[in-house]
Structures are given as C-alpha cells and as structure tokens.
Design a binder for this molecule. Structure first.
Ligand SMILES: *[C@@H]1O[C@H](CO)[C@@H](O)[C@H](O)[C@H]1NC(C)=O
Ligand SMILES: *[C@@H]1O[C@H](CO)[C@@H](O)[C@H](O)[C@H]1NC(C)=O
Ligand SMILES: *[C@@H]1O[C@H](CO)[C@@H](O)[C@H](O)[C@H]1NC(C)=O
Ligand SMILES: *[C@@H]1O[C@H](CO)[C@@H](O)[C@H](O)[C@H]1NC(C)=O
Length: 512
C-alpha cells in the first residue's frame, strides 16, 4: 500500500535532483501511509433486496441530450461536467487531432515507442497502471450516469476522451504476450521543466518498460483489461466493431494476467512511480467487469476467488493501486442474493467510514473526508464514485440517503463550498493559479521555460481548464503554490475520480 503520485523529484530544481532525494521522498511517502487504510468495521445490514437491475450482457445505449432531469444543490454541476475534457486534451502526447482545441499545445513525443499517450500528471510519463484505473472510472461514469452526461451535453467529449486512452492501451500490446506498462524514464523526465513540445527533444529516445510471461504484471494488465471491458460496454451500441475489438483485447490481457501471476514491481522504474501493493484486487475488479460485459460465469467465480485472496477491505480500498472496493461493489451488484449480501455489507461499511470519519478517515470542519495528504481529493472522490453507484443501485440500504448527501458534499467541496474557492480549474471565479503542471506553467510550445519558471511566483500563463488539483489538508487548508506537489498537482486519476460523483449529482434531485 504505497499510494500517491510520487512525482516528487520533478518538483525540485535540477541541481537538487539526485537519487538520494528521490529515495528519501519515497520513504516519506511510505511512512505517510503507515496509519491509513485501516480495515473497515462491519456494520450489520438487513438482507438487502430491491437492488436495481445491473444486468450483464446487455447493450449500453447512450442517452440522448435532455434537460428533463432536474438537479438540486448549490452549484451548476452540469457546467462543471463540461470542463474535465479540456484537461484530458491538454494531457495528450503524440499527434494531436486538428480540432484538439488547446491553443497552447502542439504535437510532441512523436517518436515514442508507443505513441499518442496521455501524461499521468504534471510531467510526461505515460503510466498504464493508473491510466487503466482512470479509464475504468471514466467508462463506468458513462455506463452508470449517462443521463447526467446527456443533461450536461458532455457525452461526445467524454467518448472522445475515453477512446484516446483506450486506443493507447490497445497499442501498448506490442506482441501477443508483451505489454508496455510505462513510456518514459522518471529520472530523465523529472530533470527538465519544459513543455511537452520541447521535453521530447530534451529527453531523447524514450524507453518502453514491458511485462511479459517472464516479467509478471497481473496488476497493470488487470487494470487495463478492466478499462477495456468497460470501454466495450460503452461502445456496444454506438460502434459494435470497436466494442468487439476492445473486448478481445480485454480478454487477452486478463488471460495473460491470470496465467502469469505477480505484481509488476520488478519493473523498477514503473514501481518507483506507481508501486503496486498486490494484484489480486486488480484481477477481482477486472473479472467482475468482464462478467458485466459478457455474462460468462467463469469471470464471476474468478472475481470472487481473487477478492477472497486480496485481503480485508480497508478505507484505502479504491485508488489507482487498490481496487477491492470496486470489486466488492460489482460482486454485490452482479451476484444474486444471498451471495451478494457480504459484498454489499462491505461496501456499506466502507462508505460509512468515509461518511463518519472512521478507520483512518478524518472528517474536516468543512465536511471533507480526508484520508491522505497526497492529493487528498482523489481518495474522497474515488470513495464517492463507489458511493454514487451504490446509492443509485442499492436504494434499499437504510444509509443510502446519507451516502447520497455525503457524495454531494464531497463534490461541493471541490466546486467551492470551501470559501468559494474551486479546486476544479476554470469553475467559478476563484480557482488555482499555479497548478503543478509543466505545460500550463510554461509559455507554450516555443517559449523559454525551465526551473526558473517553476520557481517563479507568477500565475501559470496557460489556464489548465478542467484540471482538479490535489486538494486540501485535514484542516481544510490549501496552498496554491507550484512546488506544493502534495496539494497542487492535477492528475488523470484525480479528475476521473470526480466524474461519477459529479454526473450523479448533476442528474439527481437529492434533497440534503
Ligand atoms: C467482517 O465480516 C466478515 C464476514 O462476516 C468477517 O470475515 C470479517 O472478519 C469481519 N471484519 C471485521 C473487521 O470485523
Ligand atoms: C446470463 O447467464 C445466465 C446463465 O449463466 C443466464 O441464465 C442469463 O439469462 C444470462 N443473462 C443474459 C442477460 O444474457
Ligand atoms: C435518440 O434520438 C434518436 C433520434 O432522435 C432516436 O432514434 C433514438 O431512439 C434516441 N435514443 C434514445 C436512447 O432515446
Ligand atoms: C449474451 O447475449 C447474447 C445475445 O445478445 C447471447 O447470444 C449470448 O449467449 C449471451 N451470453 C451469455 C454468456 O449469456
């Protein structure tokens, strides 16, 4: 359990980048996590029925735009849901489409061993372990909350963002048995503070780190398989050939992941950035999602078995590393009762911990559920992703209404209930000016940039619209300074964790 975005050294001016500082930071991160992720305490639920149908092997039909769905609450959630797509476009590497729409971006890294990636955060590494989870979060938000997207008029943008990422995952399969898991070396990448359009020349030829039968990577292949399975559901109606292509790749990756078991931590440069605490959770979630797509019973029984091996569900149960809570949620929704009950109960307990501030979660004075100082919002929002889907599908849990209101409160914190300041850039009138992001802080493809720019007190010249920064601390405090990478570095997994809670809030009329 060694989470966090770790792009620590990238934050230091070049002269201070050294192996020693990198290792020290890694040790700090591990220490920071020693006290979180306590097992959730079981709550006792009546046997839940009235689970609204989640039928495997059905076609997902994207809802048409409609304004008939009302949303209640303090903010314009639909406006917020129209923003993240700009950030996801700003993070694209490779050959950009003619209509990419980000004036300060141009083609970059055209010679990458797997081209057309999506940078993970404030640098230009492409990391498939968190990317797989991020695309799963994006795809599930469409499957579950298509009405919210339709009401916001955001469906087409979301599909476009999803496809860019899924195409990269498929392209990462460089042979039948070899899968690229990361493009770019972290040490090299972090030693420059340049826009992508200049960093490509500075970094030179970039490595591709691979897993294969002799170098296991069940975690990353599981994360990729899950994303592709969800993608194949999303496109089932709108592009059948593409949907089948995604499913075929999902099946292959899952088969490789289960045939050659092990974490990908032996790929040292990947594990230095996004280390994996285990692979059974990834396979449990992937199996459940493959069952959702195919209705094949072996995926479901695999998912139950891997879930049982993955260790107890803790409050650190849903992130780019850990997927137990996602597996429990979908096992609970896909299995018939009474087999579903222990999974639903585990999810309800997990959500209770966040709602009430227990088992490592601190409830701040503003009502923010704080788990970790390393991009705090990603943890409250990935739990709120679970909460949104559970609240929609399990209305019979007596806690469901409280979970709905808790989800809305976490979304409101992002949008400005903390002193009118929005952590989503471009939303409202006050939002971060110095996000830790190279492209946004530099002057554009040809402008002069470097660690002097990084250290300058000036706001970023390019507004990183649609990005969500890391978030506040356990006392609701936050500093908008570029070198504050704990709180001020937007990431792909961060923004995608906002999507389900936001689309849910945008299309429901919860009275809290
Ligand atoms: C929760 O309940 C399950 C099954 O009833 C049990 O195996 C597990 O040990 C319990 N966990 C805690 C923390 O009480
Ligand atoms: C799913 O598979 C089961 C058999 O395992 C079958 O009874 C059911 O009809 C299938 N559902 C769908 C929607 O295909
Ligand atoms: C969307 O609109 C098209 C054309 O107006 C219609 O044919 C289709 O059935 C609609 N789909 C849904 C899900 O309402
Ligand atoms: C899934 O549905 C298709 C028809 O839509 C059916 O032919 C197939 O047998 C189903 N698969 C399972 C495993 O239920």
């Amino acid at each position: 359990m060694l989470p966090v975005i770790t792009l620590v050294c990238l934050c230091l001016p070049a002269p201070f980048v050294s192996t020693a500082s990198f290792d020290a930071s890694a040790a700090q991160r591990r220490a920071a996590f020693a006290n979180v992720g306590a097992p959730v305490t079981n709550v006792s639920l009546p046997v839940l029925d009235g689970i609204s149908s989640l039928t495997p092997n059905t076609t997902f039909v994207i809802p048409n735009a409609s304004s008939s769905v009302e949303s209640a609450g303090a903010f314009d959630y639909r406006q917020a849901l129209r923003l993240p797509w700009q950030y996801l476009k700003a993070e694209r590497l490779g050959k950009l489409p003619a209509d990419n729409g980000i004036p300060w971006r141009a083609d970059s890294f055209l010679d990458d061993p797997v081209p057309n990636g999506l940078a993970d955060a404030g640098d230009f590494l492409v990391c498939n372990f968190p990317l797989g989870q991020s695309l799963t979060l994006l795809g599930l938000s469409l499957v579950e909350f298509g009405e919210g997207y339709a009401a916001a008029g955001a469906t087409a943008d979301a599909l476009d963002a999803l496809r860019w990422g899924l195409d990269f995952l498929v392209a990462s399969r460089v042979s039948d048995t070899e899968t690229v898991v990361q493009v770019g070396n972290s040490g090299t990448s972090h030693s420059f503070w340049l826009p992508a359009e200049q960093a490509d020349r500075a970094e030179g030829a970039r490595p591709a780190y691979k897993v294969s039968p002799s170098v296991p990577g069940s975690d990353v292949q599981g994360a990729m398989a899950g994303a592709l399975a969800v993608g194949s559901i999303v496109y089932s109606d709108e592009d059948d050939a593409y949907s089948r292509h995604l499913l075929a790749n999902a099946r292959d990756l899952y088969a490789l992941a289960t045939s050659f078991p092990g974490t990908y931590n032996s790929v040292q440069d990947a594990a230095a950035i996004y280390p994996s605490s285990g692979f059974q959770d990834d396979l449990a979630f992937a199996g459940a999602l493959l069952h959702l797509k195919t209705n094949e019973s072996h995926y479901l029984s695999d998912a139950q078995r891997y879930y049982g091996q993955a260790g107890e569900l803790s409050t650190y149960g849903f992130s780019w590393d850990t997927k137990n809570a996602g597996a429990a949620l979908y096992l609970g929704l896909l299995l018939p009762q009474p087999a579903a009950q222990p999974y639903l109960q585990a999810v309800s307990s997990y959500l209770d911990s966040f709602k009430d501030g227990k088992n490592g979660v601190t409830l701040t004075p503003k009502g923010f559920s704080f788990l970790s100082k390393w991009s705090s919002l990603r943890y409250s929002l990935s739990a709120a992703t679970i909460g949104s889907i559970y609240a929609k599908r399990v209305p019979s849990d007596p806690s469901t209404h409280h979970f709905q209101c808790w989800v809305q409160r976490q979304v409101d914190i992002v949008l400005g209930s903390n002193a009118g300041f929005s952590y989503l850039i471009g939303f409202g009138s006050k939002y971060p000016q110095q996000p830790h992001n190279r492209g946004s802080s530099c002057k554009g493809p040809t402008g002069v940039c470097g660690f002097d720019t990084f250290n300058s007190a000036a706001p970023n010249p390019n507004t990183l619209i649609g990005a969500m920064v890391g978030g506040p601390d356990a006392n609701d405090a936050y500093k908008d300074i570029r070198n504050n990478f704990e709180q001020n570095e937007p990431s792909i997994d961060g923004i995608t964790s906002l999507l389900s809670p936001l689309a849910y809030t945008a299309s429901s009329s919860i009275q809290c």
